[in-house]
Design a protein around this ligand. Structure first.
Ligand SMILES: [Fe+2]
Ligand SMILES: [Fe+2]
Length: 260
């Protein structure tokens, strides 16, 4: 089976990239399942039922998130009512929402588990993602061997270590959060596909999706600035992963960087 993971969707341009390109990629790669990180889909900060609805309508099956989870208060509705929406697993247990889910693959008898976790290095403090993910993966493997992990983290060392730790237990670990696509896609010896960061979907004539000038001004002066979502050079970033149905091991991982 083949899945597409789409890196952080930033604002309206990011949603437009997904609407335009996800159906095209689905056909081109004969995709079975599409997962996208939506933490920046509402004006660049957070996610709402409306922006999530647009992303689902474009053919995305599951939306993951990260540290921008709480930026829009309407997210509570997604956390409590939307089973296709995941938040990082490593919040305390009584926080609304869930960090993983098992989903039916349309037109097949297969199931895919999707897990979302967040790193702790240069990030807000959460519970230990290594310990929680190990337990969760063990639980999920009782239901399916096809497991995709979005690890939302800043430090490359933490991301590589996390994926190496899960090698052989999950089909793929793809990183998000930095908004910069890395060129280190590979399959580890145990059969886990890996990419340190998927990049972001949105305007690339920017600083990580935001207008360039205010970001430079902030670095020059240290004064707070309004960071509006940029407009130009819209691209979809992500990765296509081919997985062996029976073993859940990855066969191939290919980066995607497609202009609108
Ligand atoms: Fe992001
Ligand atoms: Fe993030």
């Amino acid at each position: 089976m083949k899945i597409l993971f789409i890196g952080d969707i930033v604002g309206e341009p990011g949603r437009r990239a997904v609407k335009t390109l996800a159906p095209k990629l689905r056909e081109q790669h004969a995709l079975d399942f599409v997962i996208a990180n939506g933490e920046n889909s509402a004006g660049g900060s957070g996610i709402t039922p409306r922006t999530a609805g647009e992303i689902f309508s474009a053919g995305v099956d599951v939306i993951t998130s990260g540290d921008h989870l709480w930026d829009q208060k309407e997210v509570m509705e997604l956390l409590t009512n939307e089973k296709r929406f995941l938040r990082p697993l490593n919040y305390p247990a009584d926080v609304p929402g869930r960090g993983s889910g098992v989903f039916e693959i349309p037109n097949s008898k297969l199931k895919i588990a999707v897990l979302n976790a967040q790193g702790r290095t240069f990030m807000p403090p959460l519970e230990n993602p290594f310990l929680l993910a190990a337990d969760e993966v063990m639980r999920l493997r009782g239901q399916t061997k096809i497991i995709f992990v979005d690890f939302h983290a800043e430090a490359t060392s933490e991301k590589i270590a996390f994926a190496r730790f899960l090698d052989g237990q999950v089909s793929a670990v793809v990183g998000t959060h930095t908004h910069v696509q890395t060129a280190d896609e590979q399959i580890f010896p145990g059969g886990t596909a890996y990419l340190t960061d998927a990049g972001f979907s949105g305007p690339h004539e920017s600083v990580l999706g935001r207008d360039i000038e205010p970001v430079i001004k902030r670095f020059l002066t240290g004064m707070p600035q309004r960071f509006e979502v940029a407009k130009n050079a819209v691209r979809l970033h992500g990765a296509v992963i081919e997985i062996d149905d029976a073993s859940g091991k990855a066969i191939k991982i290919q980066r995607v960087s497609e202009a609108i």
